[in-house]
Design a protein around this ligand. Sequence first.
Ligand SMILES: Nc1ncnc2c1ncn2[C@@H]1O[C@H](COP(=O)(O)OP(=O)(O)OP(=O)(O)O)[C@@H](O)[C@H]1O
Length: 321
Amino acid sequence: MTTPIIQLDKLTKKYEEQLAVNNLSLSIHKGEIFGLLGPNGAGKTTTILMMLGLSEPTSGNITVCGINPTRNPIAVKKKVGYLPDDVGFYQHMTGLENLLYTAQLNGIPLDEAKKRAHHLLQKVDLLDAADKKTGKYSRGMRQRLGLADVLMKKPEVIILDEPTLGIDPEGVRDFLKLIRELNEEEQMTVLLSSHHLHQVQQICDRVGIFVKGELLAAGDMESLAKQLFVEDTFVIEIKAQPIHKEFIERLQTIPNVNKVETVPSGIEIYCKEDVSAAISRAIIESGASLYQLQKKNFGLDEIYHRYFEGGNPDGIGLTKK
Ligand SMILES: Nc1ncnc2c1ncn2[C@@H]1O[C@H](COP(=O)(O)OP(=O)(O)OP(=O)(O)O)[C@@H](O)[C@H]1O
């Protein structure tokens, strides 16, 4: 594992009596796409603002690209590109002029800036609109130009706060694909804050689930499932015939099986360990025919929604490690 490019250590932010971020520790590694996933008011934006040096933590430490952003926000700004949910441009200037202006502010020589702007406009599919005033851009176009704009200075890290808000589904797909491509081509680390499960699941290498200022769990899908569903790490789906009461009862006696549920597509067996072999043995021995047996992978939406079953992080049947 590489050294973290973003390191948060017991980070806390209080707004008077409001605890926006509570004792947050998190490491994000160079080159990864990390998703900060949480509902409105979870503290995602507050965390991002602290990483950028735009808000001071009440306590705890932050290091971004080896820099303490609270003490040195300008140095961090040079290395980190930030795309807020609604990016603002000089509306009377064209897309290209806006990019060149950003380049000028970052001390990039004009020739180099023109080449980079052309390359990026092509990447974000705005070459045809390069000479159009940004006041006439659609929201999706503004977000794509925003992405090109943060990339002008070749940042080491880009932080995207709800970047797809208000973009149509096709636009969202293209935008996420573009982020993935840029991450691969330019080896950039990406921090994506969102409450859209599917989007986060689609492109992020790891995800942190953030609620009420606290990081409940972080990791890839498998490890999140393990962290949040300690009781039922595996769900095995079977199709078998005939299914009767004794048969279900027999499945329930298999060690490490927590729950057996009949669903329209067959039977779901929730268990602590992979007991596929014991299940198939039990089915055959009971004289039934087994048509299908598969391990169900937890998708992020299942993880997220099941975790908040009843609107309560301590929800039914779920245990946090
Ligand atoms: N400047 C502020 N003053 C007081 N409270 C604030 C301030 N900024 C944020 N908060 C509060 O801190 C908490 C976290 O807000 P934050 O904007 O960081 O959440 P978020 O996860 O980004 O939510 P959203 O997805 O809605 O943007 C909320 O309860 C919010 O009301």
